[in-house]
Design a protein around this ligand. Structure first.
Ligand code: HEC
Length: 154
C-alpha cells in the first residue's frame, strides 16, 4: 500500500516536472520547427534536380522527374500536419509567418495545390519534355504562392 502510494507520488512528481516546465514546451517547439524545416528540405531535395534539368545543367530525365514528383505528391500533404502547432509566440528562429495560423485553412489549401500539381507533373512526364516542363513550372509557382504569403526571409 505504502509503496504504491510512494510510486504514485513519484510518477505524479515526474509528470509535473515534464509538463510543468517551460523548457519542455521550448523543446517541443524546437522539435516541431526542426521537423517542418526538415520536411521542406526533403521536398527541395526532390525538387532541385528538376530545376537543374530545366536550366540545362543536368540531362533531362523523365523517369527521375516522374519519381521525384511522385515523392512530392506524398510529402506535400505532410506540410499542414507539420505546421499544426502554432509556434508564432516562440523566439526560435524560423521563416514561418504568424499568418499561417491566422488562416490555416488557406495555408492547407496551398499545400493541397502543390500535391495536385506534383501529381499533374507525374502525368505530364508521359507527354514529352514540353508538357513536363510546363507542368513543372506550375508546380514551382505553387511553392512560390505559399512562400509569398507565409514565408519570410530572415
Ligand atoms: C503550404 C505552404 C508551402 C508550400 C506549398 C511550400 N512551402 Fe516551402 N516553406 C513554407 C514555409 C512556411 C517555410 C518556412 C518554414 C520555417 O522556417 O519554419 C518554407 C521553407 C522552405 C524551405 C527552407 C527550409 C529550411 O528551413 O531550410 C525550402 C527549401 C522550401 N520551403 C522549398 C519548397 C518547395 C521546393 C516547395 C514546392 C515544391 C515548397 N517549399 C512548398 C511553406 C510552403
Amino acid at each position: 500500500m505504502l509503496r504504491n502510494a510512494m510510486f504514485r507520488n513519484a510518477v505524479i512528481f515526474s509528470l509535473l516536472l515534464c509538463f510543468g516546465s517551460a523548457s519542455w514546451a521550448d523543446e517541443r517547439t524546437q522539435k516541431t520547427i526542426e521537423a517542418r524545416q526538415g520536411l521542406l528540405k526533403v521536398v527541395a531535395q526532390y525538387f532541385g534536380p528538376i530545376v537543374g534539368m530545366a536550366k540545362g545543367q543536368i540531362p533531362y530525365d523523365a523517369a527521375l522527374i516522374e519519381k521525384n514528383a511522385g515523392m512530392i505528391v506524398q510529402l506535400a500533404p505532410m506540410i499542414p500536419d507539420m505546421f499544426a502547432m502554432d509556434t508564432s509566440a516562440s523566439d526560435i528562429t524560423s521563416q514561418a509567418k504568424a499568418d499561417i495560423w491566422g488562416d490555416y485553412a488557406d495555408f492547407s489549401a496551398k499545400a493541397a495545390t502543390t500535391a495536385e500539381r506534383a501529381e499533374a507533373l507525374v502525368a505530364a512526364t508521359a507527354e514529352g519534355r514540353g508538357a513536363t516542363m510546363k507542368a513543372f513550372g506550375a508546380l514551382g509557382a505553387s511553392c512560390k504562392s505559399c512562400h509569398d504569403s507565409y514565408r519570410q526571409k530572415n
